[in-house]
Design a binder for this molecule. Structure first.
Ligand SMILES: *Cc1c(COP(=O)(O)O)cnc(C)c1O
Length: 400
C-alpha cells in the first residue's frame, strides 16, 4: 500500500501484513537459516523454482520489510539493506565496477567513501577521477569511454556543498552511465533523488533513518534489476548483511522520521541564524541560510536544509578546543541525525591524522566545527553553544 503523503508512507508503505497473529509491530525473525519440508523443496528454493527463504545471508523477512519500506519512501522499485552505510557504498560500487572501469566522483565525499575510492578501488584496478560535483563541464570532461559510474553526495561536509541532482542525472543518462547518490544527510523526507532520475540512492541508516544512535546500518535503493544484481554479487558473496534486530529498530525509527526531520530542520534553521549573528563566529555553512550557495536548491530539490551545520569560529585551534570542552549539553561525538545534538571538531578529531596543509586543502580550517542539531528545545541548544562560545576566549589570545 502506498499513499500520496510521505508522512503516511513512513508508517504504512511496504509493511508486510502478519496474517498469522495480526501483530501491529513487525515480527523480528531472529533466525540464521530456514527449514525445508523436504529435500525436493530445498532443491526448488536453490534452483529458484520456488520462492522462499534459504539462509540468513540471502534474505530475512524482517530485513525484507525494511527494504520494501525504504523502496516505497525513495520511490524506487526495490532496495537492499546492509550492515553499515559503508557496506552499502562498497557493495554498490563493487557490483557496478570491475578492473579497467572508471568512476567520476565528487571531490566532496564522506571520508571513508573517499578512502575506498582513493585506495581500495585503485588497488583493484578501478580508475578514479575526482571533480567538483557542482560543475557539469568538469564532470563531462572527466568522462572516458570506460566510465561506468558517477558518484556524489548532497549536501556534504565540510562546507555543506549542494549538487544539482537534475544535472547529475542528465549527464549520466546522456552517456549511459549509472548515477549513484548518497542521500544520508537529507533522508527521503527532504530529498528523493530517484524523482530527479538518479539510478541508485544510498543511505547510512545509522543516521536519520534510525535516528536513535543505537544501530550501524546501510541501504541502497534502485531498480529491481540493479538491486538484484547487487544482492546476488556483492551482498551474497562479500556479505555485509543487516541483522534482523537492527532492521526492526530502523523500521521503528522510520515511523517518526518525518516529524523528527521536520524538527531537526526547524532547530537547525534557528541555530544557524544564531551562529551567523554571533560576533565570535565566522562563516556558517548551512544551505538554509540565504548566504549559502546551496540555498537555490531549497524548494526544488530539497524540501528544507536538514539538520547539519558547519561553522568556523574566530580565533585559533585552541579557541575551538576550549569551546568544545566547555559544552555541557551538546555531546562531543561524530555521527549525525540523532535526538541528541552532536558536535565535533574535525581538526582535532576526524581529520587529526592529516597535516594542517592537507586539512586546509580539504576545506577544513583549525576552527571548523560540525554540528548535528538534535531534537532538544532550540533555546537549550543555543544556550549551551552561547555559554561555550563565551568561555572559549577567556585566557586564550585570539590569534589567526
Ligand atoms: C555515516 C556516513 C556514511 C557511512 O555510514 P556507516 O553507517 O557509518 O557505515 C556514509 N555516507 C555518509 C554521508 C555518512 O554520513
Amino acid at each position: 500500500m502506498k499513499f500520496d503523503h510521505i508522512e503516511t508512507n513512513t508508517i504504512h508503505a511496504g509493511k508486510l501484513i502478519d496474517t498469522r497473529f495480526g501483530a501491529l509491530s513487525t515480527p523480528i525473525y531472529q533466525t540464521s537459516t530456514y527449514t525445508f519440508e523436504s529435500t525436493a523443496q530445498g532443491g526448488a528454493r536453490f534452483s529458484g523454482d520456488e520462492q522462499g527463504y534459504i539462509y540468513g545471508r540471502l534474505g530475512n523477512p524482517t530485513v525484507r520489510e525494511l527494504e520494501q519500506r525504504m523502496a516505497a519512501l525513495e520511490g524506487t522499485e526495490d532496495a537492499a539493506a546492509m550492515g553499515s552505510g559503508m557496506g552499502a557504498v562498497s557493495a554498490t560500487l563493487f557490483a557496478l565496477l570491475k578492473a579497467g572501469d572508471h568512476i567520476v566522483a565528487s571531490d566532496a565525499l564522506y571520508g571513508c567513501t573517499f578512502a575506498l575510492l582513493e585506495h581500495k578501488c585503485r588497488d583493484f584496478g578501478i580508475e578514479v577521477t575526482f571533480v567538483d560535483g557542482r560543475n557539469e563541464m568538469a564532470i563531462r570532461s572527466a568522462i572516458q569511454p570506460n566510465t561506468k559510474v558517477i558518484y556524489a553526495e548532497t549536501p556534504i561536509n565540510p562546507n555543506m556543498v549542494c549538487i544539482d541532482l537534475d544535472m547529475i542525472a542528465r549527464v549520466g543518462q546522456s552517456k549511459g552511465i549509472t548515477t549513484v547518490i548518497d542521500n544520508t544527510f537529507m533522508s527521503p523526507v527532504l530529498q528523493q533523488p530517484a524523482k530527479h532520475g538518479i539510478d541508485l540512492i544510498i543511505h547510512s541508516a545509522t543516521k536519520y533513518l534510525n535516528g536513535h544512535g543505537d544501530v550501524i546500518a546501510g541501504i541502497v535503493c534502485g531498480s529491481q534489476e540493479m538491486i538484484e544484481h547487487i544482492k546476488l554479487t556483492t551482498l551474497k558473496d562479500i556479505g555485509a548483511v543487516m541483522s534482523p534486530h537492527d532492521a526492526w529498530l530502523i523500521i521503528r525509527g522510520l515511523k517518526t522520521l518525518h516529524i523528527r526531520v521536520e524538527r531537526h530542520c526547524q532547530n537547525a534553521e534557528v541555530v544557524s541564524e544564531f551562529l551567523e549573528k554571533h560576533p565570535d563566529v565566522g562563516t556558517v555553512f548551512y544551505p538554509g541560510l540565504k548566504s549559502h550557495e546551496g540555498h537555490r536548491l531549497i524548494g526544488t530539490q530539497m524540501k528544507a536544509a536538514g539538520g547539519v551545520i558547519a561553522f568556523e569560529m574566530k580565533g585559533s585551534f585552541e579557541n575551538a578546543v576550549a569551546f568544545m570542552d566547555q559544552l555541557k549539553m551538546c555531546k562531543r561525538a561524530v555521527s549525525l541525525g540523532d535526538a541528541e545534538t552532536l558536535i565535533q571538531h574535525p581538526a582535532s578529531m576526524t581529520h587529526s591524522p592529516y597535516e594542517p596543509e592537507q586539512r586546509r586543502a580539504a576545506g577544513i580550517s583549525d576552527t571548523l566545527i560540525r554540528l548535528s542539531v538534535g531534537l532538544e528545545h532550540v533555546d537549550d541548544i543555543i544556550a549551551d553553544l552561547e555559554q561555550a562560545l563565551n568561555a572559549a576566549y577567556s585566557g586564550i589570545a585570539r590569534v589567526g
